[in-house]
Design a protein around this ligand. Structure first.
Ligand code: HEC
Ligand code: HEC
Ligand code: HEC
Ligand code: HEC
Ligand code: HEC
Ligand code: HEC
Ligand code: HEC
Length: 419
């Protein structure tokens, strides 16, 4: 399946395409021309945006802890540190033996290596005398590596996914999620939606949601402060001037001109997180990276109705699940911030149970009669169980690996009673 930037698609075709945004299958072994001319550093600023470095001058507390969050690290340029997979001899290969290959000889091997600051994935197919190779560089790292990482490469201004990903469980190389075991597929295009959820900015060269052409130089890795607080250049200018004035006049003039989600209505607060945590079954109504926090998300996306409502199990749908919970429906103030502080790395799982106790007494749970006060640190074990997802799945050398997720539908689960 080949998708070009500006083709005429019917709404049905478009829907099908969007459903496949993150999971498009392609089977073509492309060689293509390689152009790595353009530099990736020093992105030109978007008008109105100031960049994280400027915020850290004054908001030291938020800025320092934010550096270590999964949001900040969800896309990076490749370095020996940012690429979590191993390049050590022996650990840098992924060998696939086709299940129907009686000789047991490998039919496909991937090798990951680095040379002079550049990182590569090489696919080697065929046997002894007739080996075919394709080698592409790791140009962008997606995923903090908490669960895993997927790597992307440039071909001119087109962005593609690489066939081998890293999986944190077992610290190993795997076939990229959704890829056919035993194939070397370098042709899966990366659409703007992918980067809108995983980076501060990468300017698409077309408004078409199915174009993989970008302005490479505009790449700003990681989710930044202004993704959630909106463009901040004016705030920075005002506050900087204010600091200068204050020392002169000793006055306290209220300034701001920056968005604080705490001041949004609950719906708009949820919308901000839903930009990226409501799954991918939706049709964009506006170009990627145009969302401004505080605006209704319905102006930017139309949900695609699907049958999977009982268990909406997509690439990250905490919003859809939480909204089904009675806690959410029957309280007026529960938001994602009730439990999460997006400025700091996640805390221990047990500490989340404290958040339940801001609304429930531990004695309200009938199980407390059997467990006693120790139940206070265990609420989420039973009411927000960890489950494998059917969405982030890799089939590697015949075996399936699934990511596990915390189910955000807070309720009584049939399996959650005492053993
Ligand atoms: C020169 C210092 C300075 C810089 C630079 C700065 N801020 Fe601020 N910021 C402040 C001060 C002081 C306040 C409190 C202002 C007030 O409430 O009147 C503030 C308030 C805020 C608030 C709360 C606003 C509200 O309405 O409650 C947010 C959010 C914020 N800043 C985010 C940012 C972000 C994001 C950046 C970087 C783009 C940034 N700031 C850069 C000094 C700064
Ligand atoms: C621009 C997209 C985007 C927005 C907006 C966003 N997130 Fe995320 N969030 C992500 C991505 C991508 C990840 C996965 C990061 C990774 O591990 O690579 C993530 C991860 C997380 C995690 C897991 C952190 C961890 O350490 O495992 C939490 C919790 C979270 N987000 C909460 C929120 C909340 C709450 C909001 C709203 C205030 C929000 N996010 C807004 C994209 C976003
Ligand atoms: C994933 C979204 C997200 C990102 C990224 C983010 N923030 Fe926030 N920020 C929020 C939310 C949500 C609130 C409101 C929290 C609440 O409800 O108490 C907030 C509140 C704030 C406030 C007001 C705090 C207060 O006590 O009133 C400041 C200042 C701030 N953020 C600065 C920053 C800076 C600086 C960065 C980057 C280093 C940053 N934020 C990155 C979501 C985000
Ligand atoms: C609608 C937003 C969205 C889109 C589109 C999206 N992702 Fe994600 N991605 C997330 C969120 C949110 C997470 C955090 C885990 C979760 O909740 O599913 C995540 C997790 C990941 C992880 C695992 C990170 C870790 O270490 O835990 C990788 C790798 C990843 N995404 C890569 C991609 C790639 C590559 C694409 C495009 C082909 C893509 N994602 C498209 C939102 C998105
Ligand atoms: C913002 C307040 C709030 C928070 C925080 C909260 N809940 Fe609730 N929860 C409610 C309300 C309101 C109801 C519905 C009335 C009732 O049962 O008390 C409810 C209902 C429930 C129910 C019954 C669900 C059903 O389907 O019948 C369970 C179980 C529950 N909560 C567990 C938890 C757990 C566990 C946590 C922490 C992970 C939590 N709640 C956090 C407000 C909250
Ligand atoms: C009642 C508390 C609560 C609320 C509200 C809540 N979460 Fe969570 N969240 C948790 C717990 C508990 C975990 C698991 C933490 C762990 O295991 O370390 C978690 C984990 C996550 C993760 C990491 C991936 C995963 O599923 O394990 C993401 C992403 C996330 N939450 C996003 C959100 C978003 C977005 C919202 C708002 C729609 C939200 N959460 C609201 C309690 C909450
Ligand atoms: C060992 C598993 C387990 C743990 C731990 C647990 N619960 Fe429960 N909870 C249950 C089960 C099972 C039910 C349903 C019991 C019934 O209907 O008799 C329940 C019911 C509830 C209800 C609904 C009560 C009602 O009257 O409808 C609430 C609210 C609740 N739990 C909150 C909590 C809170 C808060 C915590 C942490 C302090 C917690 N639970 C810890 C298993 C657990």
């Amino acid at each position: 399946m080949r998708i070009s930037g500006s083709l005429n698609v019917t709404p049905q075709q478009r829907q099908a395409l969007l459903l496949l945004v993150a999971f498009t299958l392609g089977f073509v072994f492309t060689a293509g021309s390689i152009n790595r001319g353009a530099a990736q550093s020093m992105a030109p600023m978007r008008p109105g945006y100031a960049g994280d470095a400027s915020c850290s001058n004054c908001h030291r507390k938020e800025a320092l802890s934010y550096l270590h969050t999964a949001h900040r690290l969800t896309s990076q340029l490749p370095t020996l540190e940012s690429v979590r997979g191993s390049f050590a001899a022996g650990a840098n290969v992924l060998t696939i033996v086709a299940p129907n290959n009686a000789s047991g000889e490998p039919s496909l091997q991937f090798r990951m290596d680095h040379e002079a600051g550049h990182f590569y994935e090489t696919a080697i197919t065929g046997f002894d005398t007739q080996l075919e190779r394709q080698r592409e560089s790791i140009d962008i790292v997606t995923g903090s590596g908490k669960r895993g990482q997927t790597y992307l490469y440039w071909q001119g201004d087109q962005l593609f996914e690489l066939p081998v990903s890293y999986w944190a469980a077992g610290r190993r190389w795997i076939n990229s999620p959704g890829y056919d075991d035993g194939t070397a597929n370098f042709s899966r295009a990366i659409y703007p939606a992918c980067m809108e959820c995983h980076a501060s900015y990468l300017r698409p060269l077309s408004d078409a949601p199915d174009s993989n052409r970008f302005d490479r130089a505009s790449f700003e890795p990681g989710i930044g402060c202004e993704t959630c607080h909106g463009p901040g250049a004016k705030h920075v200018a005002l506050e900087t001037e204010h600091v200068a004035h204050r020392s002169k006049l000793g006055s306290e003039v209220a300034t701001a001109d920056i968005l604080n989600p705490a001041k949004f209505s609950r719906d708009r607060q949820i919308d901000l997180c839903a930009l990226c945590h409501h799954g991918i079954e939706r049709e964009p109504l506006a170009p990627a990276f145009s969302y401004v926090p505080g605006e209704p998300l319905s102006k930017y996306f139309r949900p695609i109705e699907t049958a999977a409502v009982e268990h909406p199990d997509v690439h990250g749908n905490q919003v859809g699940l939480l909204e089904r919970s009675r806690c959410f429906r029957e309280s007026s103030n529960m938001t994602c911030s009730t439990c999460h502080d997006t400025h700091a790395p996640e805390r221990t799982a047990a500490s989340y149970s404290e958040r339940c106790l801001s609304c429930h007494r531990w004695q309200a749970c009938p199980e407390s009669k059997h467990i006693g006060i120790g139940i206070k640190t265990r609420c989420i074990d039973c009411h927000m169980p960890i489950e494998p997802t059917k969405v982030i799945v890799s089939t590697t050398a015949g075996a399936e690996v699934h990511a596990t997720m915390r189910n955000h539908w807070i309720k009584v689960y049939p399996t959650s009673s005492r053993p």
